[in-house]
Design a protein around this ligand. Structure first.
Ligand SMILES: [Zn+2]
Length: 200
């Protein structure tokens, strides 16, 4: 059986639709690459992944195998099915100001937020709706931890080439993935690379 593959160039984003019960894999093609992910309900684009509700439902700050991302309507939308090298439901995603303000870059730099808006527009999602969903994006494969003092630490991802995160859709959904363009931190090992989605 062949599966549809969606190739995501380094630093870019793609969106796709999934049906309830359908699985997909997010593949870190070359290793040490973070994939940012968000999702909206196909039936109502004002229903989207919502991190405060997700954290409340989980009762912790980690997102691990068996956990679901919840929407602003407090319904599961995507469930993580396997053990992965890391995930973050705290940081949010990079935006153009991350590069302008945090990294002092003068020229425009791609960002996960802009990638989401661009990719979701192909499915008729408005910039406002895409922006809200982007602000609730999850960092898959990120190597981030909180220490005993509550301080964040960010190190290069531990993923190896071909490592994958497997998700099941709990709702008919539009999913957006960004191969994070961040090159000014250890987030992607300093070298953004491509990702792939395999629809199962
Ligand atoms: Zn990013």
């Amino acid at each position: 059986m062949t599966h549809e593959e969606i190739h995501i160039p380094a630093g870019h984003g793609k969106a796709f639709t999934v049906r309830t019960g359908q699985c997909f894999e997010l593949v870190d093609v070359e290793g040490q690459q973070v994939g940012d992910l968000t999702a909206l309900a196909s039936a109502d684009r004002d229903e989207h992944v919502f991190l405060p509700v997700t954290r409340l439902a989980l009762g912790r700050l980690q997102f691990v195998r068996g956990d679901s991302l919840l929407t602003n309507h407090r319904r599961p939308i995507l469930r993580l099915e396997n053990d992965i090298a890391g995930a973050d439901i705290l940081f949010g995603v990079c935006d153009r100001y991350r590069y302008e303000i945090d990294f002092g870059m003068r020229d425009y730099h791609r960002s996960c937020r802009d990638n989401f808006v661009e990719a979701l527009a192909e499915f008729g999602v408005s910039e406002r709706q895409a922006g809200i969903a982007s602000d609730n994006g999850v960092n898959i494969f990120i190597n981030q931890r909180l220490d005993e003092h509550g301080a964040f630490h960010l190190d290069p991802p531990r993923t190896k080439p071909g490592d994958a995160a497997v998700f099941t859709a709990c709702l008919d959904a539009i999913v957006a993935i960004s191969a994070c363009p961040e090159d000014g931190s250890p987030c992607n090992g300093g070298n953004p690379t491509p990702m792939m989605v395999r629809l199962l």
